[in-house]
Design a binder for this molecule. Structure first.
Ligand code: SAM
Length: 209
């Protein structure tokens, strides 16, 4: 597994866990400046645990779609460069703003990820990575509409939640459809299901075509 600079495996109470350096956010165990990154609460953490080569590197510029209250994006902002965090629900976004107060590289945006024109004036272009965890219907479409922000050699690292697309369909069928739709703008580099950390989720790494 290739971890970005700034992400390490460390021991917390004799258990080896991913960790980043930064102020605590969700009551996670700490070891000095290091704080444990709980893969069961984070699809990106689980993506690292499952061994996907995300292509993410320390100091990357990142657009994070579906930031919620900041659990995962706080870890991203610990190791990455400028991190733009999009969340459209007001309540979690309030917590996200609190998380950003402690992190100078984290920029919360109370925006709809299906409407990138509403934040295109704030987010820089030629980003190194989009990290997506929106858990909403139309996850491929969200990734395609935000592709404009990625550099030619940038990476999309996404978690696709099958039940957000169709609660009754077989997850494998949903994933096949989402990957097929993504091919319109991305070359898929790797995929892996996120069990046992997250049921019925597919992690994927792609680059823009
Ligand atoms: N990524 C978060 C983490 O690990 O800390 C958890 C994200 S949660 C599974 C999905 C989030 O995506 C929710 O907070 C939801 O409000 C947000 N979301 C769904 N559709 C969205 C959209 N179109 N624009 C922005 N946020 C969206």
């Amino acid at each position: 597994m290739t971890l970005p600079d700034g992400v390490e495996r460390r021991h917390f109470d004799s258990e080896e866990r991913l960790a980043t350096r930064g102020p605590t956010v969700y009551g996670e165990p700490t070891d000095g400046e290091w704080r444990a990154w709980d893969a069961r609460r984070s699809k990106l953490g689980a993506t690292f645990e499952k061994g996907l080569d995300t292509g993410l590197e320390g100091d990357d510029s990142v657009l994070y779609l579906g930031a919620a209250s900041g659990t995962t994006v706080s870890h991203v902002a610990d190791f990455a460069g400028p991190t733009y965090a999009v969340e459209f629900a007001a309540r979690p976004a309030r917590d996200l703003v609190g998380v950003a107060e402690d992190r100078s590289r984290l920029f919360p945006l109370l925006k709809d990820a299906r409407k990138p024109d509403t934040y295109a004036h704030v987010v820089e272009s030629d980003l190194d990575a989009i990290v997506q965890d929106v858990a909403t219907r139309g996850q491929a479409r969200v990734a395609l509409e935000n592709r404009q922000f990625l550099a030619g050699d940038g990476r999309l690292v996404a978690a696709i939640k099958a039940r957000s697309e169709d609660v009754t369909a077989e997850p494998a069928d949903v994933f096949a459809e989402v990957l097929d739709e993504l091919e319109a703008g991305y070359e898929i580099l790797d995929t892996e299901r996120l069990e046992p950390f997250h049921d019925d989720h597919l992690a994927l790494v792609a680059r823009p075509k």
